[in-house]
Design a protein around this ligand. Structure first.
Ligand code: MEV
Length: 730
C-alpha cells in the first residue's frame, strides 16, 4: 500500500500516527515533496478510509492484486454433493477424513463407515498417489475411483480426491465433489486449467516451498479457467524440523483467513507425518482460522499401503471430531448408523418390515415384542381414562426417508386414512435429494391465562400488574419448583385489557416447560398466581387455564425441492399456484391445512401427544389477525420449489399419562429424538411433507387416482385377509 501525503504534511507525525495503527512505513527513496510512504508488508490490515482520515494524508493507493478473482471469494459457500444433501461450508469446522489411498472396495467401504459414524460428511481418498519413489505404491487408479464412489454413495458422503494428471481429470471430476490438487502440482498450470474447466470446487494444497502469493496466484489460475471456488489447504512447508514431515505454517492460515478473508483448510496429517501430533496440530490449525480439517485415517494403519504412520486410528478420528465440536452420526441400538432409508419397504410383508426395522435399528426386545402384537393391555387402558369398556386399535405405520436438520428419522404414524403415510414418505424422499428439511423451534414457552372480571380502572390495574412483573414471576415459580430446578419456569408476563366497560382483564403467564407439553404445569401456575393478582387489582377471578394458542412456542420448517424430483416444471408451477389459491381463499386454506395436519396429527397420535391441542393451536394461528390463512406457503425458485411453514406446537417428550402406552414407547424408540423442540421440528416436517404430497397430486393427476390405486391395493389385501381368516375358520 502506498500513502501519498499533502505538501504541508509533517511526515514524521503521519508516520507515527500510522505506527499507532500498526502500519510500519518507509519513505520511498527520492521522494521529496509530496512525501510518499510505502507500508511494509507485515503491517496490520487497516481500511483505507481510516488512513485517509489522518491529518496530512492526501491519498491511499492499493497495489493492483495479482489474484482479483481469489480476492473476491467469500469465506463461506454451498457445496452440492453427488450423494447427499448440499453442505454449507465455512461457519464452523468441517472435518474431511479418509485413507491416504483407496486400496480395495472393502478397505474404502470400512473407512467410509467409520468416517460417516464420526459425524464427517466428506470422505477423502486417493486413486492416484504422487510418491517420491517410483518403486512405492502408486495407487489403484481408475478402478479405485469406482470403489470410492460406491462407498461414498452407500454412506451418504461427499468425495474429495486428487487429480494428478490431465489424463484423468474427467474421470476424477465425475466422482469428486471437491477435486484436490496436491502440493507437488500446485504450479502445474496445465493441470490447474484442466481441473478449473471441470467446474468443480477445488482444494488447492500449498507447495512445500511456495510463498502465500504464489499459492493465491495458483488459485487464480483455477478460477480463471472456471472453478467455482478454491479452498486453500495448508499442509506444511519445508522447514528445519527433522522429526516432522513438514513445518505446518499456522501463521499463513491465520493470515489467509483473518486478514485476507479466505476459506482455508489445514492438513495436519502431512504437516506432522506422525499420528501422535495430528490432533494438537489439527486443533491449532482450526484455532488459527482453518474452516476445514483434512486428515488421513485407516481402519488398520499398520496395514496401510501408503502413509501408514500418519493415518489416525478410528478412535483418534472420533476424538478429533469431538474436539472440533462435530457430533457423531446417530447410531441405532446395534451401533450401526441410524437411517430412515428402507428402499422397497412397502413391498415387504408386515413381519419382514418388523424384522428389517429391528435388525437395522437394533430395536429393544420390548419394542420388537410390541410390534408383533400391537394393541393395549386392558389394565393399562383402564388406568388411562374413565368408564373404559375395551380398547380400540388403529394401524401403526412408519413414514420413511425423513431427513431433518441433517439427521435421519423414521417417523411413526397412526392414521386410518390410506395414502397419508405413502405420500409423506414420497415427499420426504424428494426433499431429501436437496438436503432434507431445515427447521427450528423456539423454547417451549407455554401461555397460561388468568381472567379477572369487574376490575375497576382496568388500565391502571393493568399497569399495576406490569409493575409487579417480578413478583408475579417469583410467585409463579414458587408453584413449580421441580420445573425451575430442571431449568424451566415462568419467564415473562403480559396483561391485556379485553373490555373496559365490564373491567375484563387477562393476565398472561409465559412458562418455559422444557420437554413437557406443559398443560398441568401452566394450569398450576395460573391457579397459584390468581389470588395475589386479585388482591392487587380487585375484581373477581374467572378462568385460570392454559391457552391453546401458545404464540411463544412456535416451530418453523422449510425445504427446497428440485423440479426433477417433483416430476417437472409444470408440477412445480401447479404447486405454487395452489399455494396462492389457498393464500387468497379461506375455503381452500382450510383444506390445505387439513393436508398439513394429516401428517402432524398422525405423528402426534403415534407419540401420545394431545392432538386436539395441536389442532386448536394450528387453526387459531391460521386465523390470527385477518382472514384464515394456509399455514404453509410454496414459492417457485429457479430450480424448483421452496416451501416454508410456521405454527405453534405444544408437544412433549416427558410426562403425560400416554407415556404409559407401550405403543408410544415403541414409537419413541423408532423416531430417535432428543427432546420436545426436536420433536416439534420433526412433526412440522411431517406436516410439510404431507402438504407437498397432497399439492403435487392435486396439481398433477388429481387426488383420486393415487388414492384409488392405494385403495385398490388395500382392498385386494383386505380381501386376501378375509379369505385367509375364512379358510382358517373353515
Ligand atoms: C386429504 O386428506 C387431504 C387433501 O384434501 C389436502 C389438500 O387438499 O391439500 C388432499
Amino acid at each position: 500500500m502506498i500513502i501519498v501525503l499533502t505538501a504541508q504534511a509533517d511526515s514524521k507525525s503521519v508516520a507515527s500516527a500510522l505506527q499507532g495503527l500498526g502500519l510500519w512505513t518507509r519513505a520511498l527513496v527520492g521522494a521529496a515533496t509530496p512525501v510518499i510512504l510505502e507500508v511494509e508488508s507485515h503491517s496490520a490490515s487497516v481500511s483505507p478510509a481510516v488512513i485517509e482520515a489522518i491529518e496530512g494524508v492526501a491519498e491511499v493507493r492499493q497495489r493492483k492484486s495479482a489474484h482479483p478473482r481469489v480476492d473476491r471469494q467469500a469465506p463461506t459457500f454451498t457445496l452440492t454433493l453427488r450423494h447427499g444433501p448440499a453442505l454449507e461450508l465455512g461457519d464452523g469446522t468441517t472435518l474431511v477424513a479418509g485413507p491416504c489411498a483407496v486400496e480395495s472396495p472393502d478397505q474404502i467401504d470400512e473407512t467410509a463407515a467409520l468416517v460417516a459414524s464420526a459425524g464427517c460428511r466428506l470422505l477423502r481418498g486417493g486413486a492416484f498417489k504422487p510418491r517420491t519413489s517410483p518403486y512405492s505404491f502408486q495407487g489403484e487408479g481408475l478402478q479405485a475411483l469406482d470403489w470410492l464412489d460406491a462407498a461414498a454413495e452407500k454412506h451418504g458422503l461427499g468425495v474429495v480426491t486428487e487429480a494428478m494428471s490431465e489424463l484423468h481429470v474427467t474421470e476424477v471430476a465425475a466422482v469428486a465433489d471437491i477435486v484436490q490438487i496436491g502440493s507437488r502440482n500446485m504450479q502445474n498450470y496445465a493441470l490447474l486449467a484442466a481441473v478449473g474447466r471441470t467446474g468443480k470446487v477445488v482444494l488447492l494444497k500449498r507447495a512445500r516451498g511456495a510463498s502465500v502469493e504464489e499459492w493465491l496466484s495458483a488459485g487464480e489460475h483455477l478460477l480463471v479457467h472456471g472453478a467455482p471456488y478454491v479452498i486453500f489447504c495448508e499442509r506444511g512447508i519445508a522447514g528445519a524440523n527433522t522429526e516432522l514431515r513438514n513445518d505446518l505454517d499456522v501463521g499463513s492460515i491465520a493470515l489467509l483467513h483473518h486478514i485476507h478473508g479466505h476459506f482455508v483448510a489445514v492438513d495436519p496429517s502431512h504437516g506432522a507425518g506422525r499420528r501422535d501430533l495430528i490432533l494438537p496440530l489439527a486443533q491449532s490449525g482450526a484455532a488459527a482460522g482453518a474452516q476445514m480439517v483434512l486428515v488421513e485415517v485407516h481402519p488398520q494403519p499398520a496395514e496401510a499401503r501408503s502413509d501408514g504412520p500418519q493415518a489416525l486410528l478410528p478412535e483418534q478420528l472420533r476424538e478429533l471430531a469431538k474436539r472440533l465440536g462435530i457430533a457423531p452420526a446417530a447410531v441405532a441400538g446395534n451401533g450401526q448408523p441410524y437411517t430412515s432409508r428402507f428402499p422397497e419397504f412397502y413391498k415387504k410383508s408386515m413381519e419382514q418390515r418388523q424384522q428389517t426395522l429391528a435388525s437395522t435399528l437394533g430395536l429393544s426386545a420390548e419394542t420388537q415384542r410390541y410390534l408383533q402384537t400391537g394393541g393395549l393391555d386392558m389394565d393399562v387402558a383402564d388406568h388411562m381414562t374413565e368408564n373404559v369398556i375395551s380398547t380400540f386399535a388403529l394401524p401403526l405405520s412408519v413414514a420413511l426417508n425423513f431427513r431433518v436438520n441433517g439427521r435421519d428419522h423414521v417417523v411413526p404414524m397412526v392414521v386410518e386414512e390410506p395414502s397419508v403415510v405413502a405420500a409423506a414418505s414420497n415427499a420426504a424422499r424428494m426433499v431429501r435429494a436437496t438436503g432434507g428439511f431445515r427447521g427450528d423451534a423456539t423454547a417451549s414457552v407455554m401461555t397460561a391465562q388468568v381472567q379477572l372480571d369487574g376490575v375497576l380502572g382496568v388500565d391502571g390495574a393493568a399497569e399495576t400488574l406490569r409493575q409487579r412483573r417480578d413478583e408475579i414471576i417469583a410467585l409463579a415459580n414458587q408453584a413449580i419448583p421441580r420445573m425451575v430446578a430442571r431449568g424451566g419456569g415462568c419467564v415473562d408476563v403480559d396483561v391485556r385489557v379485553l373490555d373496559r366497560d365490564s373491567g375484563l382483564l387477562v393476565l398472561h403467564l409465559y412458562v418455559d416447560v422444557g420437554d413437557a407439553m406443559g398443560a398441568n404445569v401452566v394450569d398450576t401456575v395460573a391457579e397459584n398466581v390468581a389470588p395475589a393478582v386479585q388482591r392487587w387489582v380487585g375484581g373477581s377471578v374467572g378462568l385460570r387455564i392454559l391457552s391453546n394458542l401458545p404464540l411463544r412456542r412456535l416451530v418453523h420448517i422449510e425445504c427446497d425441492v428440485g423440479e426433477e424430483f417433483l416430476g417437472g416444471a409444470d408440477l412445480a408451477d401447479g404447486i405454487a399456484r395452489a399455494s396462492r389459491f389457498a393464500e387468497m381463499d379461506p375455503f381452500r386454506a382450510s383444506t390445505h391445512n387439513k393436508g398439513i395436519l394429516n401428517g402432524i396429527d398422525a405423528v402426534a397420535v403415534a407419540l401420545g401427544q394431545d392432538w386436539r391441542a395441536i389442532e386448536a393451536g394450528a387453526h387459531a394461528y391460521a386465523g390470527l389477525g385477518s382472514d384464515y390463512r394456509p399455514l404453509s406457503v410454496w414459492r417457485r425458485t429457479e430450480t424448483g420449489l421452496h416451501g416454508s411453514m410456521e405454527l405453534p406446537l405444544a408437544i412433549g417428550t416427558v410426562g403425560g399419562s400416554t407415556q404409559a402406552h407401550p405403543g408410544v414407547r415403541a414409537a419413541m424408540e423408532l423416531v430417535r429424538i432428543d427432546g420436545a423442540r426436536q420433536l416439534a421440528v420433526l412433526m412440522a416436517a411431517a406436516g410439510l411433507a404431507s402438504n407437498l404430497a397432497a399439492l403435487r397430486a392435486l396439481a398433477g393427476e388429481g387426488i383420486q387416482q393415487g388414492h384409488m390405486r392405494l385403495h385398490a391395493r388395500k382392498a385386494e389385501s383386505a380381501a386376501h385377509v378375509v379369505l385367509t381368516v375364512h379358510k382358517g375358520a373353515a
